[in-house]
Ligand binder design. Sequence first.
Ligand code: FES
Length: 268
Amino acid sequence: MAVSGIAIGHTPFFRTARSDYWWAEWLIPSLGLLTFLVIYPTWAVLQGGNYSFGNYLAPFASPELFGSAKAWFGAKPAWYPSWLSGSPAMLALWAPIGFRVTCYYYRGAYYKAFLLDPPQCTVGEPRHGYWGENFWPLLLQNSHRYFLYFALIFLFILGRDAWDAMWFADPATGKEVVGIGVGTLFLTVNVTLISGYTLGCHSLRSWIGGNRNQFSKIPLRAKCYDCVSRLNGRHMAWAWASLLWICSTDFYVRMCAMGVFHDYRVLF
Ligand code: FES
């Protein structure tokens, strides 16, 4: 389908009449996105080892499909491609990554950060027209709702990881006992923040509240819609908090696995 661009008045690139620190509002999120949305996750996903420490599993290696004895499907089978030597979750991580990359908030943020489209409001951009998301590969952004279905499944997977992080082998008896370690806290806060982010999704809000004119006839759905709307109102905050925390949690587990950090814990 042929689509015409909309011509816009052109201010020279990076020029503006603004006298505030608009460039800091562009630079800081850009560096944050580059570090926590691109560099660290790419590094973590490419790591094939040091992703678990006792009952802790690094989030970028979850679900552990193949690998250790605790993996969902046991050791890597003969057919497993050797070039997929990174995280044991490599076959599944396309879902949460796709969900985040197509998120309405992140789209606006990384268009500003990386495509400078525009860098900030009323600041000159490099293009002379506006084309929207009407062409490939940006048409893929419309798949956000489908990624949402998979992202909801991941909440259970990460919840299970947090649950497992509460069960430790007693050093004296070798039996499993309940406890809380620093890693338990990391993994529990991780699933909490990712739930706040996922359950505040714009697509989920439209899924729950769409096609209904009279909420009074569906009180349970109206309650759910209220909850999602409340989370949605702070979607940007949830997006950043969950992004920073998942990277921190992953880093913490890897550092414990490498013997760099000591995991303090209390067993009951
Ligand atoms: Fe951000 Fe759906 S809009 S997760």
